[in-house]
Structure formats: structure tokens, C-alpha cells
Design a binder for this molecule. Sequence first.
Ligand code: G3P
Length: 214
Amino acid sequence: MKFFLDTGNIEEIRRVNRLGLVDGVTTNPTLIAKEKRPFKEVIQEICREVSGPVSAEVVGLTTEEMLKEAREIATWAPNIVVKIPMTEAGLEAVNILSKEGIKTNVTLIFSAAQGLMACKAGATYISPFVGRIDDIGEEGMQLVRDLKAIKDNYGFKTEIIVASVRSIAHVQQAAVIGADIATIPGSLFPSLWKHPLTDVGIARFLEDWKKVPQ
Ligand code: G3P
């Protein structure tokens, strides 16, 4: 499974990139707003740091607005993916952009039907939001299982990005299901390599090492 970082923060990306674990980055308007810097500047800096795909989201709601923004954003770097919301206008934009060779990530997917339509429209990636489904009392990971089955049934090339990831369990379950990618918040990522028993184990080894005659 590929690891994307779900952040607009370059320091969070650099920290994980030093470990060779960043396969790509996803952003959204909320994450960009946190950086308090111009959108293009943030995205271009991330694209210089990471060679994998970097998703940048449009904010227009009509197909024409989305296409205009997408064609502009796609010129910012060779590894740009344009994030498009899952709407009728969005599907039309994805269909056109896919024919122009512009990569798309259809975001805010909350049902298998939405995912299926995005695959058929030509999306490069689809992003089911598992955490937000859990928030309303349903099981987000069931949607990932369903999308994986649909993808396998029909051989869609579209890659599934498990998004709205909130916990280590989400990342582990995504990998067990066989999702292509999990996009992980920069603040959550370091907890993936930590375990309290590892810390206890190291402390005990160091304590015991003092008993070894030097
Ligand atoms: O990748 C989508 C993600 O940024 C949304 O996460 O936690 O706001 O639902 P969250």
C-alpha cells in the first residue's frame, strides 16, 4: 500500500520523506488554509519535495469553473493531480480532463455508487472519506471493501485512496483490505512507527546493558 501524506505542511512532509515513506501528498482547501500562504506557492513547494502525485483541489462548482481551474493547476508541476468534488458537474469535468491527460482525484466519496461513477468517468483516483462515515455512526471501512470489490470485478485502473484517516487502525485496515493508498494526516503519521512496548523494551535493554562488564 502506498502512503500519501494528507497535509499542506512542508515540515510534516519532510519529516516522513526523510524515511523514504512518502509516495504522494493530498491537500484540500481546509489544509491549504492552515498554511496561511498562497495556494500555488504551497503546492509548488510540495511538488519540489515529493516526486509522487500531489493532489490540489478546485473550488469552482460548475464544470466550466472546474475545468478552468484544473487546466491552470495542472501547469504548476509535472506531478500534479487535480482534486474534483463528487458532483454531476465534477463527473463531467473528470470525463473531459481524463481525455486531456490531466490526472484527477475524485473527492468526498461516501457511497459505492459514487465511486463506481467516478471510475467510469475516468478518475485516476477516488477518495472515500472513512472517518466522516464513522462520524455518522456507519462503518467507513465497509465502503473501502465495497470499492475494492467493484474495482476488482471490472478491472478499473482507478486507484483507491483511503481518506479522512483518523487512526492507526484505519491505516492497518486499509492495508488488510488491499486499498491502493492511504492518505494519512501529517500529525498522525509519527504514531504509526511508535509503540509503548518498543519504548519499554529499549529502556529495559539499556538498563540491563549497564550490568555487562565493560
Ligand atoms: O483526505 C481528506 C481529509 O483531509 C478529510 O479528513 O479528518 O477532515 O475528515 P477529515
